[in-house]
Write a protein that binds this ligand. Structure first.
Ligand SMILES: [Zn+2]
Length: 320
């Protein structure tokens, strides 16, 4: 029975059903959300960030958990006692916590019913009275305890450089695991060898060949970048007198760059300066818009993207 419960991000197609449940069982969940929005709209907004989780048993819903990333708080946790296993609440909370940590959240808050204080303490939450409602308690948990060494190292590097602690949340950019076992993706415009994970390297080479048959030359500017490399890049720019704000306008902080994954490429073509918006006016960019998807590459930061990152027509991510 235990293992039959699965905790996973909710899908867009489930939002309508979940909204009905929230309206009938969790009337408080949306109390602090913009009143003009419907519950459906709000839940749908959580889906792309995987901030809405469901626990399922087969096709039955055993529970749901939701995160408000902006306010670093647990929005709600609901369980159906008929379907959920005794371990389901713990698993839901653990998943929410791990997910919050991926966005760089180090302390997670929430409000819970007073009667579950013992359970919340058993999960590692500090509990104190809610001054606004005597039936509730305010809960807070230090997530750093859960962080592995790599995550702690990223936080240490970012703190040392002065990266704002809310970068991941503000841009909806989760931490990126540093890739291992990469292979050559060919030489870049500076004749340096660039590396990617094998599937991405292979897909990139096939894409470059395919473009050539249409007389389009796609040239590599950058592939894998290590977290330590990105940290050095930041310190050099700071030493050169750039402000953190200026640096963050063009680069993701160490730990948050898709280039750590070995799946991201920066490309250019002849006749334009690399890593500039001018690339969007080239035939190469038009070709990528029409064909990159066939090879598994997507433009991560299109114009007006939801990450509030400037348009990067040169940056593509292999997702397959
Ligand atoms: Zn890039």
């Amino acid at each position: 029975m235990e293992n039959a419960i699965r905790v996973r991000p909710a899908r867009s197609s489930e939002v309508a059903t979940l909204a009905k449940l929230v309206k009938s069982r969790l009337p408080d969940m949306m109390s602090h959300v913009r009143r003009t929005d419907s519950v459906e709209t709000h839940l749908a907004e959580l889906v792309p960030d995987q901030a809405l989780l469901v626990a399922t048993h087969g096709s039955r819903l055993a529970g749901l958990g939701a995160l408000d990333l902006d306010h670093r708080r647990i929005l709600a946790c609901y369980l159906d006692p008929e379907v959920a296993s005794p371990d389901t609440p713990r698993r839901l909370f653990e998943s929410l916590e791990r997910h919050a940590l991926r966005f760089g959240i180090r302390r997670l808050n929430g409000v819970a019913r007073k009667r579950v204080a013992g359970f919340m303490r058993s999960l590692g939450y500090e509990c104190r009275p809610d001054p606004d409602d005597e039936n509730n308690i305010l809960i807070v948990r230090d997530l750093l305890e859960l962080a592995d060494d790599k995550t702690r190292e990223i936080f240490r590097l970012c703190d040392e450089l002065g990266v704002p602690e809310d970068y991941g949340v503000a841009h909806r950019m989760p931490l990126v695991t540093e890739a291992e076992g990469m292979t050559s993706a060919g030489r870049d415009i500076f004749e340096r060898e660039q590396r990617l994970i094998p599937d991405a390297a292979d897909a990139f080479k096939r894409m470059r060949e395919a473009a050539l048959t249409s007389n389009i030359e796609i040239r590599l500017v950058s592939g894998f970048r290590a977290i330590a490399y990105q940290a050095n890049l930041f310190s050099r720019k700071l030493d050169q007198g750039h402000s953190m704000k200026e640096i963050l306008e063009v680069s993701a902080p160490p730990g948050y760059s898709e280039h750590h994954s070995g799946r991201a490429i920066d490309v250019t073509t002849r006749g334009v300066k690399p890593l500039e918006e001018d690339f969007a006016r080239t035939d190469a960019y038009q070709w990528l818009l029409g064909n990159a998807r066939i090879f598994g590459f997507r433009e991560s930061y299109p114009r007006h993207n939801r990450h509030r990152i400037s348009w990067e027509p040169w940056h593509w991510y292999f997702k397959r």
